[in-house]
Ligand binder design. Structure first.
Ligand code: HEC
Ligand code: HEC
Ligand code: HEC
Ligand code: HEC
Ligand code: HEC
Ligand code: HEC
Ligand code: HEC
Ligand code: HEC
Ligand code: HEC
Ligand code: HEC
Length: 324
């Protein structure tokens, strides 16, 4: 399994776009008759090792010596692994993560005789692979192995703690946004600007817009930034469709005019002044495909905001010039 996923990673490193194409078009399947395909199949079969059940002993026996830790574990969602027998002992209880425990127990607790995360904590790929044994099948996490986080050696245990979580919900090592800005200091300063999405105020979180577990969109966004969905799931009024669309919204998305994090403009515009923003596209240069404002605008523009008259700048049901 591990060999197979590192092959996937190599392909992704060469060309990410081609990889998506390959999988998306089903080409990946049609190669299954050549060498690569047979190899992959064999690797998949090897993935199901015959479990030597005599090496397992069950979670109850851990309780005796690790009582404090066990009590904490009982309050987490992972505790359901203790009674879930569906996938066999290799996926059950404490041993689902720590591997077979009989030798450890019978030796009176020899730390060498149990799978410990201690020795591999700095290798996020290895630790995360253990978690992904179970979690890779959820759509939220199935792209983690090729996410920018994993590529930068940021793994599950940089954000989650199985036994010592400071935030009980989702076993987080700290709350958002602190969890994220602890590493993303430059982003933190964007949320210190005078006008920003209320992330520090806990009204929305980084993960409303980003999937920290990865995905196929740039910047790990939950939908492609060029589309408006990432914003219109909350700002429903701008979703349209309108009889008269302002085409940059459909073509380049909301971030052609707005910054997502924070801005010095109260409407989170990319420019301090609204006229500056409009005139960047609606220029008077002759080769522009975007229409320049009619000449009578010239005297007015320095006194009046364009949006004084063009009120419905996100689209209108009744007026092609976006008047009310
Ligand atoms: C979901 C995976 C998972 C399960 C299930 C799990 N552990 Fe752990 N365990 C870890 C990880 C990861 C670490 C090390 C990193 C850390 O502290 O988060 C760890 C660390 C430990 C340690 C080292 C000391 C410590 O406090 O960190 C002990 C002892 C331990 N686990 C015992 C158990 C016992 C007993 C159970 C069952 C009640 C259990 N674990 C269930 C993942 C798991
Ligand atoms: C007879 C007592 C005993 C039992 C039963 C026991 N342990 Fe331990 N365990 C210990 C001792 C002692 C240590 C070493 C403690 C230390 O280093 O602080 C230890 C350490 C560990 C560690 C950490 C290893 C390391 O290198 O940090 C893990 C993980 C662990 N035990 C898991 C388990 C699991 C899972 C079970 C049940 C299958 C279990 N233990 C049952 C006594 C026990
Ligand atoms: C043996 C299978 C298995 C392994 C291995 C495993 N998990 Fe889980 N995990 C589960 C199950 C089952 C749940 C509960 C799912 C649910 O209730 O929706 C869960 C839930 C979680 C949750 C959500 C908890 C919550 O309160 O919402 C987190 C976070 C998590 N696991 C992290 C990890 C991490 C980190 C690792 C690796 C150290 C790991 N898991 C390894 C099976 C596993
Ligand atoms: C960059 C930080 C980060 C990393 C790395 C990370 N997580 Fe998470 N994870 C989070 C946050 C934050 C949440 C809670 C999101 C929320 O509140 O909606 C979460 C939620 C979860 C949940 C519960 C909700 C859900 O999405 O199903 C599970 C399970 C989970 N993570 C597992 C994992 C596993 C397994 C890994 C490694 C393969 C991992 N996470 C890596 C930050 C992270
Ligand atoms: C309202 C949605 C939204 C929220 C909330 C949000 N982001 Fe973003 N973020 C975006 C969008 C959209 C982009 C892409 C911007 C672009 O392409 O110009 C982005 C880009 C990024 C980038 C890459 C570019 C850069 O600035 O370095 C990082 C890292 C990032 N966000 C982290 C975070 C963190 C950390 C938080 C929480 C503190 C957060 N984001 C909250 C929407 C959001
Ligand atoms: C342990 C440090 C660490 C933590 C914690 C962390 N990140 Fe990251 N993150 C990184 C690194 C390193 C990268 C890859 C390098 C980069 O793009 O900055 C990255 C990349 C990203 C990117 C992609 C940036 C791009 O330009 O494509 C986003 C988005 C992001 N992180 C969001 C988050 C969010 C949201 C959280 C909190 C849930 C979080 N990160 C927590 C270290 C971290
Ligand atoms: C999870 C919900 C959510 C998402 C997703 C979201 N926003 Fe927001 N947005 C808010 C909230 C809450 C406010 C603050 C409203 C307030 O202060 O009255 C806000 C404020 C704003 C404002 C300033 C509004 C004002 O009245 O001045 C703009 C502009 C904005 N968002 C644009 C965007 C854009 C662009 C995106 C996509 C990149 C986006 N939002 C995604 C919830 C969201
Ligand atoms: C062509 C540039 C442009 C695009 C593209 C754009 N906006 Fe705006 N938006 C503006 C301007 C200009 C204002 C300020 C209007 C004013 O001051 O009257 C604004 C104001 C807002 C406001 C706050 C005021 C209000 O009307 O409620 C929100 C929220 C908002 N936009 C969300 C979005 C969303 C969501 C998208 C994507 C669907 C988007 N915008 C795309 C230019 C744009
Ligand atoms: C990212 C580039 C961009 C920005 C910024 C922008 N526009 Fe546009 N706008 C366009 C494009 C493209 C069209 C459609 C092509 C055309 O008709 O010129 C358009 C169309 C229009 C139209 C309708 C023209 C017609 O003849 O149907 C008006 C009015 C308009 N924009 C006003 C504004 C105002 C006011 C602002 C500032 C709030 C603004 N635009 C910002 C690109 C932009
Ligand atoms: C005082 C009100 C007012 C203000 C302020 C204003 N406009 Fe206009 N705009 C109009 C009128 C009226 C029309 C013409 C409608 C028609 O031809 O029927 C127009 C038309 C346009 C057109 C369409 C041109 C075409 O050839 O179809 C664009 C683009 C435009 N304005 C952009 C702007 C920009 C950019 C600003 C800010 C610099 C701005 N407007 C400020 C009233 C205004």
């Amino acid at each position: 399994m591990y060999a197979r996923s590192s092959k996937v990673l190599t392909i992704a490193a060469f060309t990410w776009a081609a990889f998506i194409l390959l999988v998306g078009s089903g080409l990946a399947q049609s190669t299954s008759s050549n060498d690569t395909g047979t190899e992959a199949k064999a690797a998949l079969q090897n993935q199901q090792p015959t479990v030597d059940t005599s090496k397992y002993i069950g979670s109850e026996s851990c309780k005796k010596c690790h009582e404090f830790l066990f009590k904490g574990f009982e309050r987490t969602k992972h505790f359901q692994l203790v009674s879930d027998t569906r996938r066999g002992q290799a996926f059950q209880g404490c041993e689902g993560c720590h591997g077979p425990g009989r030798a450890h127990v019978e030796s009176g607790g020899d730390p060498q005789k149990i799978r410990s995360f201690k020795n591999i904590l700095t290798d996020a790929k290895k630790t995360s692979q253990w978690c992904l044994n179970c979690h890779q099948y959820e759509s939220e996490h199935n792209n983690f192995a090729r996410s920018p986080h994993m590529s930068a050696n940021v793994g599950c245990l940089d954000c989650h703690s199985v036994h010592h979580a400071n935030v009980a919900v989702h076993l987080l090592s700290s709350e958002q946004p602190q969890l994220c800005i602890h590493c993303h200091k430059n982003v933190s300063s964007e949320f210190d600007r005078p006008f920003r999405h209320p992330v520090n105020e806990h009204l929305i979180s980084c993960t409303d817009c980003h999937n920290q577990h990865g995905g196929s969109n740039a910047h790990m966004l939950r939908s492609a930034a060029g589309q408006a969905e990432i914003c219109t799931k909350c700002h429903t009024a701008m979703a349209g469709p309108f009889a008269f669309e302002h085409s940059p919204i459909k073509l380049e998305g909301c971030i052609s005019c707005h910054v997502p994090h924070g801005s010095s403009n109260p409407r989170l515009l990319t420019r301090p002044e609204v006229n500056q923003l409009c005139l960047e596209c609606h220029t008077f240069t002759t080769n522009s495909i975007v229409k320049a404002p009619p000449s009578f605008h010239n005297q007015l523009q320095q006194y009046q905001a364009c949006t004084m008259c063009h009120v419905q700048v996100h689209g209108s049901h009744s007026d092609r010039y976006f008047f009310r």
